[in-house]
Write a protein that binds this ligand. Structure first.
Ligand code: PEP
Ligand code: MN
Length: 324
């Protein structure tokens, strides 16, 4: 924001009022007039409130780089389910990867009665090692959809390549774009063309602005809505798999008013930290959590160290239901 001060006003007085509102500004002189430019870490205050301060002549605001996102509803409707500001906290759970039809059906049957509204599971897995289990592909999409829909849950699953867009879109209620692909603009365009809501995971080293811009790509190319998912960013410390950036969650939720989910499973990489981080995420403003769960966590074919039991999902769902 650029705030122009009236020639007769005392800029120090205006600055003091701004600071009381949480707005920090630098003072400059342009064409003999004092102007203030606001610091990026200031509290978001409506320009009209600033215009009303005694001594302020005018306020100029920058055009938003993501107008479609700014206009998207604060609560997203996906079939019978809602995610966002005016919805109950959403619990998404399921295995990292779909291991067999029996296993995903069994897990879905145990999750649905706990209040889990979306089943997650990978049919196509992005694995760091090409030798690791990479999912059962097309047939797993059918297993997932049957397991989710037979139990009244929606389905979230990842789209890894534009070549599989139509297959994934046929079965998924929310199309997941994984962390590694948040910057893959060609994939975002193709995914959006399926005209289904997108579940956009944050790139592991993406800034919040880059994350918001990727969402704008999706909306511009036809996606009806975008739900954000913070899954941890890379940090210098290997003690946890990633660093769950709850500051970014609070910003996206409270300042930008966007629907945001936290994935404490990939965020921490450790089953013992999943529940505490799920609680912290909800306290920070997340509208829900996505958790990797398995009925036999020690046998999970991928991401075993972070797979929690069905009992842990029961505890998280109970907390989410009454979370303030
Ligand atoms: C996943 O959720 O299955 C996944 C691979 O997560 P991420 O893209 O966050 O690594
Ligand atoms: Mn995983």
């Amino acid at each position: 924001m650029i705030i122009t001060i009236q020639p007769t006003a005392d800029p120090k007085k205006v600055k003091r009022t701004l600071v009381e509102l949480g707005v920090w500004a630098d003072e400059h002189v342009a064409d003999g007039r004092v102007v203030l430019t606001t610091n990026a870490h200031s509290t978001n205050i409506d320009a009209k409130v600033i215009e009303a301060i005694e001594g302020v002549a005018s306020v100029a605001t920058k055009k938003s780089p993501h107008p479609l996102l700014d206009a998207q509803p604060r609560t997203i409707e996906i079939g019978a389910h809602k995610i966002g500001v005016d919805a109950p906290r959403t619990v998404i759970a399921g295995p990292c990867s779909v291991e067999s039809e029996d296993s995903v059906r069994r897990i879905a049957g145990q999750l649905a009665p706990l209040g889990v509204s979306f089943l997650r599971g990978g049919a196509f897995k992005p694995r760091t090692s090409p030798y690791a289990f990479r999912g059962h592909g097309d047939e797993a999409l059918r297993w997932l959809a049957r397991a989710a829909h037979d139990h009244g849950m929606g389905l979230i699953t990842e789209l890894m390549s534009e070549y599989k867009r139509d297959e994934v879109a046929e079965f998924a209620d929310l199309i997941q774009i994984g962390s590694r692909n948040m910057h893959n603009y060609a994939l975002l365009e193709h995914a959006a063309g399926a005209k289904k809501p997108i579940f956009l995971k944050r790139g592991m080293s993406a800034t919040v602005e880059e994350w918001l811009s990727s969402a704008e790509y999706c909306l511009m190319h036809g996606a009806p809505a975008v739900v954000f998912c913070e899954r941890g960013i890379r940090s210098f410390d290997p003690s946890t798999r990633n660093l769950v950036d709850l500051g970014a969650v609070a910003l996206v939720s409270h300042v930008y008013g966007q629907p945001v989910i936290v994935d404490p499973s990939h965020g921490t990489g450790r089953k013992d930290l999943v529940e505490p981080l799920a609680r912290a995420a909800l306290a920070a403003g997340a509208h829900g959590v996505m958790v990797e769960a398995h009925d036999r966590p020690s046998d999970a074919l991928s991401d075993g160290p972070q797979a929690v039991s069905i009992d842990t999902i029961a505890a998280i769902a109970a907390y989410a239901k009454d979370a303030p």
